[in-house]
Design a protein around this ligand. Structure first.
Ligand code: SF4
Length: 377
């Protein structure tokens, strides 16, 4: 049997999420679900499926201790549905405790290494990306948003880490890659461990919500946390993993590199509707067959739209699955309902985001001066 492939910069293929435990050591989320008083839709619908040391974060929530939630976005374009999933997880964990601080990195160094995007170009996208996450519900009062290229703490740490890794170690985790990508991985480790520096309150649990394909970064970072424990007292970062959403074009994963495989929060309602209208489905060849055999929601990207993002609640998501599997629901009407939900969401999101562009700029400026005041330069 082929091994699953986890490539944070390319095409990942995950056929069996349970195998990630034996292959990569990702622990199942299920034994911890009862600890959530108010599980998020990602948790209750089984989209978040795995974790490393998540119990440490739940302990911090229960004991009102500080913790950080850290992730970022590569500003190589607009916010896509994968970015929304990570953002939804960050916002959810931020909402669990007044002691939670979100750190959100604008990964412009990675955008340069992976996509050749200049810092000037990514700077323009960054404000829009921050407005997107604010519109989704991030609380700006407990958030620090910064550009990797400007944050000297991150840069200094990545330089320190570069002495502790060898080419072979990076090759074992990522395969043979350009040095620029290896460097961006070390910078990302700096991002994840920065909240534990003494000037930012010292060692604390840090949760990184990611898609399963980003696990190589988590493994590297946990390894570095252990190597530099005596110097910094780092607590190995915790992580929670979400499944990858099926591509509207029928592949295993939506990808920014294939625009028609999904849509972004920048697409107009009409553009998104067009992509859903022609999307691959888990439907049968004829109406008669679908009525008789039922559809296959588990291989259907339209069902993923409901389950991952747009179902009104868990009951709605389950009903779509049930009606599809029993052949009560046909693909045409199902797509039409999904289009209505997506149009409503995008129209509302665009209004909110446009109103938050000023606040996004302010948050970047405020975070910059906060980080500088903690001894940035
Ligand atoms: S009825 Fe809906 S969920 Fe089922 S296969 Fe068709 S589009 Fe997918």
């Amino acid at each position: 049997m082929d091994k699953d492939r986890l490539d944070p910069w390319g095409t990942s293929s995950i056929k069996d999420y349970s195998r990630l435990q034996s292959e990569f050591g990702i622990e199942p989320l299920a034994p911890l679900v009862s600890r959530f008083k108010r599980p998020s839709p990602h948790i209750s619908r089984g989209i978040d499926f795995g974790q490393r040391d998540l119990g440490r974060i739940l302990d911090a929530v229960d004991n009102h201790k500080p913790f950080a939630v850290m992730s970022g976005i590569k500003p190589d374009g607009v916010f896509h549905l994968g970015n929304k999933m990570t953002a939804d997880d960050m916002i959810y964990f931020q909402s669990l405790s007044k002691k939670a601080t979100v750190y959100y990195a604008i990964a412009d160094v990675e955008a340069y290494a992976d996509n050749g995007l200049s810092y000037q170009e990514s700077s323009k996208t960054a404000v829009r990306n921050v407005a997107d996450i604010l519109a989704l519900g991030l609380d700006p009062d407990r958030a620090v948003v910064y550009k990797q290229s400007e944050e000297m703490k991150v840069m200094k740490m990545s330089t320190i880490f570069s002495r502790g890794v060898t080419n072979n170690m990076l090759k074992a985790i990522y395969g043979e890659r350009q040095i620029g990508l290896y460097m961006s991985a070390l910078i990302q480790a700096g991002d994840i461990l920065m909240p534990q520096l003494p000037e930012l309150g010292g060692p604390k649990p840090v949760l990184v919500p990611v898609g399963a394909d980003q696990d190589p970064h988590i493994r590297l970072c946990r390894d570095l946390a252990a190597r530099y424990d005596s110097e910094f007292g780092f607590i190995p970062p915790s992580s929670i993993y979400h499944k990858l959403q099926l591509a509207l074009t029928g592949g295993q994963k939506m990808s920014k590199r294939i625009p028609e495989s999904g849509f972004t929060l920048d697409n107009t309602p009409a553009e998104a509707s067009g992509r859903i209208r022609v999307a691959f489905t888990g439907g049968r060849d004829t109406v008669e067959e679908q009525r008789r055999l039922g559809g296959r929601p588990d291989i259907c990207p339209v069902y993923d739209l409901y389950r991952f993002h747009f179902a009104k609640d868990d009951e709605h998501s389950e009903r779509v699955h049930r009606e599809c599997a029993k052949g009560v629901r046909l693909c045409g009407e199902c797509k039409q309902e999904a289009i209505g939900l997506v149009k409503g969401f995008l129209t509302d999101h665009h209004k909110k985001r446009d109103a938050l562009m000023g606040e996004a700029k302010d948050l970047l400026a405020k975070s910059r001066s906060y980080l500088s005041s903690t001894g940035n330069q």
